[in-house]
Design a protein around this ligand. Sequence first.
Ligand SMILES: NC(=O)c1ccc[n+]([C@@H]2O[C@H](COP(=O)([O-])OP(=O)(O)OC[C@H]3O[C@@H](n4cnc5c(N)ncnc54)[C@H](O)[C@@H]3O)[C@@H](O)[C@H]2O)c1
Length: 308
Amino acid sequence: MTSSNRTVVVTGASGFLAAWILPKLIARGLTVIAVDIARDEMRLRQVVRGEAPDEIAWQVADLTNDGIMSRIAEQHAVSTILHLAALQIPACRANPLAGAKVNVVGHVSVLEAARSVGARVIYTSSVAAKPRGAANAPANLYGVFKRADEEIARLYAEDFGVSSFGLRPHVVYGIGRDQGETSAVTSAMRAVALGARYTVPWTTATCFQFADDIAEMFVRLVEAEWNGAHLADMTDNVESTADIIAAIRAVAPEADVRAEGPERLSPTTGFDVAALEKIIGPRPLTPLAEGVRRTIEHFRDLRTKGLA
Ligand SMILES: NC(=O)c1ccc[n+]([C@@H]2O[C@H](COP(=O)([O-])OP(=O)(O)OC[C@H]3O[C@@H](n4cnc5c(N)ncnc54)[C@H](O)[C@@H]3O)[C@@H](O)[C@H]2O)c1
């Protein structure tokens, strides 16, 4: 990113990760164009514990509509597109056609927009794209779509010179995580803050990542100079649902929370964060116990403000 062009388009701007990323982009003095199929600032208000920053320019748009992302990119002379919009696992399973449209066609439309204005793309792939199990392949359509996105981005660099950086978040937790299969971990922390019982309906060993760390990594990547096509994991720190429950009980010993049910298969080895650290330096890594404590305290604060 050059000092003369600091305009970033963020897709999926009403979603969870955007709610953590947008305030950081604004705080760093970047110009932010927020794109989503529906404008909803609830998660943003929850993250900042008050009114959403009014510097954000909103554009309500369905990114699968032909040419819409290119028009937005041209209109705002964009230098970076931070592409977060997607349908998650349950939505892709319930409606594969919609999943393919948003997660694959939408991704191509973002790359086309970048191509038309010479912008870079930072996009969210997922740990779900990584191979696992007997088939040594992604375990669901969502993962297959994300894997395809990685290859599409690689070819857009090769064929059209579009620079991109794909990041693979694992299980992200924090305020505003209320959609997707793995949001159950955050729901457990919310339940504790509200004095309710909760059972995470699966167990797993995987990497749990605090939303604030993820947001910081994305923003550092937006600010850094780089080109070419890159892909990286964002963590290699494997923990378990038992560790999450222990971290919750350390904050709220009275909590009636548990994790029970089928084991979710997730890769526990073969992570590569080198391409990311080469550009942003050492990653911010909030320990699980601290991230869980901050999340429960944040939910308690939102409850007193009527925002939980
Ligand atoms: N949250 C996680 O733990 C996690 C883990 C791995 C990868 N990811 C990926 O990170 C990205 C952001 O995740 P999130 O948790 O913020 O998701 P989210 O579901 O909270 O937000 C996604 C946003 O995309 C928007 N959207 C959907 N279809 C659209 C369309 N056609 N046009 C415009 N906007 C549309 C939705 O309205 C929503 O606001 C996604 O690509 C997701 O697959 C998230």
